[in-house]
Design a protein around this ligand. Structure first.
Ligand SMILES: [Zn+2]
Length: 307
């Protein structure tokens, strides 16, 4: 790893993070990401170029607007640093290759979608649909080395040169990832709606998973779905228990109920909280997809080694 290049890539990531933060704020509000220039949300003063340097400006201004001293959300800093770290990690992991460009692109989109979903429960089409197209295009230049590409050549003998068929197999893998990812989320959403009467997953999640599938291919798509379901369930179940525990204690303290009575009634309110509290599933899908392209293959090799 070349230290000068690493530093440049990190700085590049910070700048992209700055732009990403603007998109996270504007896309769910249906605002343009390019015009107008950024302004302070409190006093509407345009933010000058020298006050818009990633990380540094925020630190120098102490997280406040230069004019009205209103607080600027530290999410600025978090998104910029995460994007910088992501770009650096891709370079460290994949070297100076097209794969680095591919996974920087995917990670950038995922970070944006994770933050947007956590904040607004929306996954804007303006991120997922171009992402889906980019993922399919990337599969033609960076081979999705996956199950289908290992299995398909034995099943079908393509009457074309092996060079072209390798690209086509990679594209087939990406399409397979898209189809399986999208239909799994669509199916899970339909079952969830039947079982609980509330919408747990929307079309945003379906499109997000279609995009992830295009970038990752079949094998890592399945890895993403599997780990995200586990992570989502763990968080969901522990939320219920935390609510239950807190309500029980409050009932015992305030209403002087017996422990048994308090536990029974608190369970009722925890169940209601679960019904109405929507878990942003895109956050889990996005985070696990990120984990997948760094560690998914290594994990699967280790796992298959155990069997
Ligand atoms: Zn201001």
């Amino acid at each position: 790893m070349d230290p000068a290049l690493a530093l440049a890539i990190f700085a590049f990531g910070l700048a992209f993070g700055s732009f990403l933060h603007v998109s996270i704020y504007r896309l769910p509000r249906a605002l343009s990401v390019v015009l107008p220039n950024s302004a302070c949300p409190a006093c509407q003063q345009p933010i000058r170029l020298y006050d818009n340097i990633p990380v540094l400006s925020w630190l120098l201004l102490g997280g406040r607007c230069r004019h009205c001293k209103a607080r600027i959300t530290p999410r600025y800093l978090v998104v910029e640093l995460l994007t910088g770290a992501l770009f650096l990690a891709c370079y460290a992991h994949f070297g100076l290759t097209l794969a680095t460009l591919k996974y920087c692109t995917l990670g950038f989109l995922l970070l944006g979608l994770i933050f947007t979903d956590a904040e607004t429960h929306l996954l804007p089409d303006k991120m997922t649909l171009p992402g889906l197209a980019l993922g399919l295009l990337f599969s033609l230049v960076v081979p999705v080395n996956d199950l289908a590409s290992q299995l398909l050549p034995g099943l079908i003998a393509l009457p074309i040169s092996s060079d072209i068929s390798a690209h086509l197999l990679s594209l087939a893998d990406a399409l397979l990832g898209t189809a399986v990812g999208a239909s799994f989320v669509y199916g899970a959403g339909a079952i969830y709606l039947r079982a609980r009467g509330v919408e747990g997953m929307g079309f945003g999640d379906v499109k997000l998973m279609a995009m992830i599938g295009a970038f990752l291919g079949l094998k890592l798509t399945i890895f993403t779905l599997f780990t995200a379901s586990i992570a989502g369930s763990i968080v969901g179940i522990s939320t219920v228990f935390v609510v239950w525990f807190k309500r029980t204690r409050r009932r015992m303290a305030r209403q002087h109920e017996t422990a048994r009575e308090a536990r029974r009634r608190a369970w009722g309110s925890a169940a209601i909280a679960l019904r109405h509290h929507q878990i942003p599933f895109g956050v889990f899908l996005g985070s696990m997809a990120m984990l997948a392209f760094f560690f998914g293959n290594r994990f699967l090799h280790w796992y298959w080694g155990l069997m």
